[in-house]
Unconditional design. Structure first.
Length: 311
């Protein structure tokens, strides 16, 4: 027996050919036929073929698949739960099914919670999907309980339209812009010996982005590369230590695929051993590309200390 997981009441293991009788019963149970479909598994030989082609082969190819769920008490098989790799989905998805007499007893939630955590932490799957029939309210409730939320309706094949759920957070545009702005400010922090990763700015900004310092009499206009190099040296070579900057107040306006944000922020640290603490203003312009927000430009203006240090 190749055990994958163990919970309070359950053992989750790989299927074997000897589980053919159970598979024959599960695949012909009322809810399987109603919500998943007839797999034309009518005999033990069909069940063995299904186990080999759809389950064991997945273990070999993907190192995961749908697994047998057993009650610890007497090792009674009650259902299946696991991770599936489908061609028409961009990420692996969780699937589950149980015999009628074991439904609505918490076994689905117990096994699905264990499996989705296994996928996240053992398989390093950052995004987990799930699909279900629009009328399968029991499945939809379970997916919501394990943290998955509705994403879209998708046609997997002719006459097979399903609801797709995802573990990705359905954040609003405002929340995404909040996070993007926070990431921008965090890039420069070297407080507590943190090594700043200024190269990560290239992931936050569009490649043609402009970064403008309008503190001095003549604006300083940088490309991303021109902006990164001197600040990388300053933040890493010890000239600027214990540096942190953070947003104090902000106002964001969003219109379809463009947005703007005005920020009041604070910055402090030690420049050549001398402590400073000052405020400034930043103006961000954002654009949404393929549903991902990026920074198109940043303009800032700081107090007089900026003029002295060229931060």
């Amino acid at each position: 027996m190749n055990k994958i997981l163990e919970t309070e009441r359950l053992i989750i293991r790989e299927f074997e050919l000897s589980d053919a009788e159970f598979i024959l019963r599960l695949l012909n149970s009322p809810n399987w036929l109603k919500f998943i479909g007839d797999k034309d598994v009518k005999k033990i030989i069909d069940a063995k073929s299904y186990i080999q082609k759809n389950l064991i082969n997945s273990y070999k190819s993907n190192n995961y698949g749908l697994w047998l769920v057993m009650k610890k008490e007497a090792n009674i098989p009650i259902g299946m739960c696991g991770i599936v790799n489908r061609e028409k989905l961009n990420h692996p998805d969780i699937g589950f099914a149980f015999l009628p007499e074991y439904e609505n007893l918490g076994y689905g939630l117990e096994s699905a919670t264990a499996v989705i955590n296994y996928a996240k932490y053992n398989l390093n799957s950052k995004t987990i999907l799930a699909i279900t029939d629009v009328n399968n309210t029991t499945s939809i409730k379970l997916l919501n309980k394990i943290g998955l939320r509705f994403k879209e309706s998708k046609e997997l094949s002719v006459k097979d339209r399903v609801l797709v759920f995802t573990s990705e957070e359905n954040k609003t545009d405002k929340e995404k812009l909040d996070n993007l702005t926070q990431e921008f400010f965090n890039v420069f922090t070297n407080l507590n010996n943190k090594v700043p990763d200024l190269e990560s700015l290239k992931e936050l900004l569009v490649s043609e982005a402009k970064i403008i310092n309008n503190t001095k009499e003549v604006p300083e206009i940088y490309s991303i590369e021109e902006f990164i190099l001197p600040r990388k040296k300053m933040l890493i070579n010890g000239e600027l230590k214990d540096f942190i900057e953070y947003e104090v107040l902000s106002q964001t306006e969003i219109y379809e695929n463009i947005a703007s944000r005005f920020s009041l922020y604070n910055k402090k640290g030690k420049f050549n051993g001398k402590a400073f603490d000052t405020t400034g203003q930043k103006s961000f312009q954002f654009i949404k590309i393929n549903n991902v927000w990026k920074i198109a430009s940043v303009v800032w203006c700081d107090e007089f200390i900026e003029k002295e240090k060229g931060l």
